[in-house]
Design a protein around this ligand. Sequence first.
Ligand SMILES: CC(C)(COP(=O)(O)OP(=O)(O)OC[C@H]1O[C@@H](n2cnc3c(N)ncnc32)[C@H](O)[C@@H]1OP(=O)(O)O)[C@@H](O)C(=O)NCCC(=O)NCCS
Length: 153
Amino acid sequence: MGTFSIRPMTEADIDAVMVIENSIYVFPWTARNFQDSLRAGYALHCMCLDEVLVGYVVTMNVVDETHLLNISIRQDHQGKGHGKHLLQWSLTQARLAGSQGMLLEVRPSNVSARALYDQQGFKLIGVRKNYYPAPEGREDALVMFKRFNSVLT
Ligand SMILES: CC(C)(COP(=O)(O)OP(=O)(O)OC[C@H]1O[C@@H](n2cnc3c(N)ncnc32)[C@H](O)[C@@H]1OP(=O)(O)O)[C@@H](O)C(=O)NCCC(=O)NCCS
C-alpha cells in the first residue's frame, strides 16, 4: 500500500508537477503559473506516495472563501480514491482556516471531476459563458460552491 503524505509544494517540485500537468490537461497550467501562485502566497500542496508525487492541489483564500484553482492526480493513479482524499483534506484545511466555503470552476465535459464535486456536496451556483479555451472554440465553466457548516464534521 505504501505511505501517503501531503506537504507544501516548493519551487523544487515544479518540474515533477509539470510532467503530470502536461500529461493530464489539454490546456495545462505553465510552470510560471505555479511559480506565480507560490510567490503570491497561495496554498500549494503535494500528495506523495512513498515520496513519489501522485497529485497536487492549489487553493487561494479570498476574504472568507477558499477558491480551488487546481486539483490533479497522476493519470495512472486516478480512480483509486486519491482525488477524493486530497479534496477532503483541502476542505478541512479551508475550514480550519476559518473559510465559509469553497468555490471552484469546472468544465461541463469533465465527467470525473464533476462526479467528485457532486459527491462532496458542491452545488452549481452559476455558469461562466465561454470561460475556457477548448479544442474547438471555447467551453463554459460551471461555478460550484460548497458552504461549510459552522461545526466541523
Ligand atoms: C478529477 C480528479 C482530481 C479526481 O481524482 P481521482 O483520484 O481520479 O478520483 P477518485 O478516485 O478519488 O474518485 C472520487 C469520486 O469521483 C468520481 N469519479 C472519479 N473518476 C470517475 C470517472 N472516471 N467517472 C465517473 N466518476 C468518477 C466518483 O464519484 C468517485 O467516487 P467513488 O469512488 O466513491 O465512486 C482526477 O481524475 C484528475 O486529476 N483528473 C484530471 C485533472 C482534472 O480534471 N482536475 C480537475 C479540474 S476541475
